[in-house]
Design a protein around this ligand. Structure first.
Ligand code: SAM
Length: 281
């Protein structure tokens, strides 16, 4: 529940932020209530309502439906970039992927989940890393499942289409020319040899996972906004989705977890690197 000792509560926002936390896991706190106004105002205008307060009043009078979800999604933060936190990708390249591929070699199938992928740069970066540094997987069945709750970001992830400015955040000119095709409108599309590896789907991390057998899960910069109990709920689902003991989980650089019964933390590697605990194998 929200407390109002230090922050003045706008009457409409408390119940809405509680709903956001209940349905998405995002605990934004009342100090973020100014975001409600700025993010919901465009939705209110597009629906012909007077302002965001009128929108919130209308939400409070009906059961959770399509308009509620549009407003919940508007409260998410989509910040991402190619090879975000490059040292995480160094850890993937030198420590995590060699072990993951060793375990998957006899199957020649590699299953990765980019959970909370936003507009898909994380999934693309992993595909580039695999293609460039682990050429043996080019003949394998590689499946990178890129999911997010936000429909709008998923549309871009699905198209794997980026502006030159987006590409410049994190990719070298060589990576750009090797893996992207320029389109007539000046945007860039991920080349087919990598795009075929990536499947995009909408998934709420608070829901049970419809896919299993992942050798590697990237769950970076998503749980930072979650409260402990919901974070734990997500981690239990992620644990169940992983192929076997030793399957790998990467969190954001500064993120940690307390579910030591589920995952072993590898402190030597930079970035949040964990493996599924053996006792569940
Ligand atoms: C800050 S972005 C991180 C993107 C990428 N993982 C990275 O590190 O660059 C966080 C993403 O998590 C998504 N997200 C937030 N709550 C979610 C939930 N309950 N289920 C699925 N995705 C969620 C948001 O929509 C957003 O795209």
């Amino acid at each position: 529940m929200f407390k109002s000792e230090t922050v003045q509560v706008w009457p409409e926002t408390g119940p809405f932020l509680e709903q956001v936390e209940q349905h998405l896991g995002l605990a934004l706190g009342l100090e973020k209530q100014y975001l409600v106004a700025s993010r919901l105002q465009p939705i209110a205008r597009a629906r012909g309502m007077e302002d965001w307060r009128a929108l919130l009043r209308s939400l409070s009078q009906s059961p959770v439906g399509e308009l509620h979800w549009a407003c919940f999604e508007a409260m998410t933060t989509q910040e991402t970039r190619f090879f975000r936190d490059d040292f995480c990708f160094e850890t993937l390249r030198h420590t995590v992927l060699p072990e993951v591929l060793e375990r998957a070699r006899s199957r020649r199938v590699l299953k990765v989940w980019s959970a909370g992928t936003s507009t898909g740069q994380e999934a693309c970066s992993l595909a580039i890393l695999l293609y460039d540094h682990f050429p043996e997987v080019r003949d394998w069945q590689v499946q990178i499942w890129a999911t997010d709750i936000c429909e709008q970001t998923l549309a871009q992830a699905q198209a794997a289409r980026y502006s030159g400015q987006e590409l410049d955040k994190g990719l070298s000119s060589e990576q750009k020319s090797r893996h992207f095709l320029i389109q007539p409108d000046g945007h860039f599309s991920l080349a087919p040899q990598l795009k075929r590896w990536i499947g995009v789907a909408r998934h709420n991390l608070l829901d049970p996972v419809p896919e299993t057998g992942f050798d590697l899960v990237l769950l970076r910069n998503v749980l930072i906004y979650f409260r402990a109990n919901q974070k734990s709920q997500v981690l239990r689902c992620v644990h169940q989705s992983m192929s076997a003991a030793g399957a790998s989980l990467i969190l954001g650089a500064s993120e940690t977890i307390f579910e030591h019964d589920l995952f072993i933390q590898h402190k030597a590697a930079r970035g949040g690197y964990f493996t599924r605990h053996d006792k569940f194998s």
